[in-house]
Design a protein around this ligand. Structure first.
Ligand code: FES
Length: 272
């Protein structure tokens, strides 16, 4: 029998099945909970239990950090409901206003940026737009039902042509397909936007980015958007890769650094 989870301060509520986590149930019902790793490691999903009983699956024990936290602090990506619950959570209002879409897209252009990085430009059908927030990602839906997630690398201003940076993973079915079989003018299916990693535009706090490899993609989206919006706080980017050849768009952050006095770019090489 499902229980009900009541949210403070929004007053929203949703049903939860005994075998799903609070986060899974919230997302299933379209509530924009903050989250990151979904495995108890990052703390992005933390909130407060105000009333009710929790259950932690024996396969998914409470994260070690939980025992050191104030009473009631809960990892919503791990905890299940053992009764009706009242919880406190900071829902992400900006994400709630976006519409999740499933769309066919045309591979307009493919550009190999490094030995193992491909840039794809995906064009939406005429009259279609994908409203997203700088930093969010889309899923590419495969014919066999699997999906692969990729960050959108362009800023939201261009919501008709999406840019992705795809790294070739040795032995990876999908990225092998992108490099060996996908061609310009092919059609893919996407779903999005997804994700809570996005620019909080009303904040004036400094922005610090630490990106690894193609983790540069969502940062590119955020920084281009921030520059366009005239955000002027201090911004720093540390882009970590193995060797110089892996800095596949190195000239771009260098150019930003010349044009924006508050932006600093530090490439970081592990095998210089
Ligand atoms: S989402 Fe990372 S700890 Fe829950």
């Amino acid at each position: 029998m499902p229980f009900t989870v009541y949210l403070e301060p929004s007053g929203h509520h949703f049903d939860i099945e005994p075998d799903e986590t609070i986060l899974d149930a919230a997302l299933r019902h379209g509530h924009a909970f903050p989250y990151g790793c979904r495995s108890g490691g990052c703390g992005a999903c933390l909130g407060q239990l105000l009333e009710g009983e929790l259950d932690y699956d024996t396969d998914r024990p409470a994260p070690p950090a939980a025992k050191d936290m104030p009473h009631g602090t809960t990892f919503f990506c791990q905890a299940r409901a053992a009764s009706d619950l009242i919880i406190e959570v900071k829902e992400i209002v900006a994400v709630e206003s976006l519409t999740l879409k499933t769309l066919p897209v045309l591979v307009q252009k493919m550009e190999q940026l490094a030995d193992d990085v491909m840039r794809l430009y995906l064009k939406l059908p005429q009259d279609e737009h994908l409203r997203f927030l700088a930093g969010q990602y889309i899923d590419i839906l495969m014919k066999d039902g699997r999906r692969r997630s990729f960050s959108i690398a362009n800023m939201p201003l261009n919501d008709h042509l999406l840019e992705l940076h795809i790294r070739h993973v040795e032995g990876g079915d999908f990225t092998g397909y992108i490099f060996d079989q996908l061609r310009e003018k092919d059609v893919l299916r996407i779903e999005g936007p997804h994700g809570n990693f996005f620019l909080r535009e009303n904040s004036t706090r400094p922005l610090l980015f630490v990106a690894g490899g193609t983790g540069f993609a969502p940062v590119k989206s955020i920084l281009e958007h921030a520059f366009t919006e005239g955000m002027s706080q201090s911004m720093r980017l540390y882009w970590g890769v193995r060797s110089e050849a892996d800095l596949y768009l190195d000239a771009l952050p260098q150019k930003w650094a010349q044009e924006h006095p508050d932006f600093r770019y530090v490439p970081v090489l592990s095998e210089a």
